[in-house]
Write a protein that binds this ligand. Sequence first.
Ligand code: ADP
Length: 471
Amino acid sequence: MKILFASAEAYPLAKVGGLGDVAGSLPKALKALGHDVRIVLPKYQMVRDVKEDLGPFSVAIGGMRHEAGLKMSSIDGVPVYLIDYPPLYGRPKVYEYEDDGKRFGFFCKAILDLLPVAKWWPEVIHLNDWHSALAAAFLETMYSSDARYQRIGTVLTIHNMQHQGLFGKEVFDWLGLPPETWSSEGVEFFGQLNFMKAGIVYADRVNTVSPTYAKEIQTEPYGYKLDGLLRSRAAKVSGILNGIDYDVWDSKKDPFIAQPYSKSTIEKKAMDKAALQEEVGLPKDSRAPLLGIVSRVTEQKGFDILIPALPQMTKLGAQVVLLGTGEKKYEDPIALIAKAHREVVAFLKYDEALAHRIYAGSDFFLMPSKFEPCGLGQMISLRYGTIPIVRATGGLADTISDLTAEPAKGNGLVFEEYMPSALLDAAQRAIGFHRRGRGWKAMQKRAMAADHSWGASAKAYEALYEKLHRA
Ligand code: ADP
């Protein structure tokens, strides 16, 4: 199948967060299944690896034709179309400019206008998050007389519902979409233009990055005012879990960790724990349960319940190592707690190598998220035989099952309520399992046996594209 994968980020050419990881890896996994997948990305300043120039093409928007350049690059053999338009993209950052509405509105139109010059007609355009979502509205309302476009099916993947791309009416006027799309049935949202809404209304299928998050966003606490619309389109909404890169996250050959280990040599993990305790300055005690956290320090990640619970955890005999950066209102109290408790250490920075050593050296991994579309940390932990302690939300609920409820099948500790006491209860249960030691190795091996590579997710996307095809 021919699939055009549209994203504002794709690792390693341009990455800000998790979207970049997905766009860098899912297309590769689809290619491995035999599909002709190509990525389309704006050519920001940081994108320097241009391999080919396909020449100029014009993007009709804002009442005129703009001449853009179509360049090509690649990511591990997956071709990447680059939209070269310096007035909007020749800047150092990917996002956070005043004119992001225009920048990504232009991107959405260019995705379609580049096809005749590329001379390559996809069967599916896979849109990701608000930055490309509006392309579905253009395709549906302005290209219907062209048979080459009519055959294209669209999928929108929502990676985070919190960011929808809201802009003033003047951006809508500039885009040149048909006036009738400015309605509550179209792209208008409480007097503003909403890119994500446009995608939900006009894409053939809408999916998100876990089955549970697909249900949650249809409810008020998680839907950010689009839950009603999603409920009304429930028949086309689904969820597919992200994968993790099994080459990067592999305890058998991880260059960052002290001692490689596998399922059959799980006892060697103890050496990584000792090395981590030494490195971060925790008491070197093999019996003390060590809880790791690697996370953005934000409301989403559960810091409102984690911070009050941290001092209590040390009373239960746990050690905690935290790596993360984010909001000052959480970083400051974390620093204070770390100062007051020798069993809590905090590194308020971004550090890829230390992250690997925390995944490998910890006994447990904490993710008390308020909401979590998919989450990678818990899947990485499983791969390192580190038992996750999570709140049952989004992708966490789909990947982690509770050991107390299912002792023979569980792979972590799960709690429901967004309360410090519920998190503490889960931590207490975790510590109990660790102390008793019975079945501990079997538990770790079971965690390591789970398959969260991209292969399984790519097959699920393939099935989704096929549904489109038949529709
Ligand atoms: P999100 O994309 O919402 O931040 P995920 O769990 O999906 O959360 O992915 C976060 C990824 O970023 C994980 O791979 C995690 O290890 C990594 N990460 C987060 N903070 C840091 C940090 N301070 N240093 C190194 N890696 C980090």
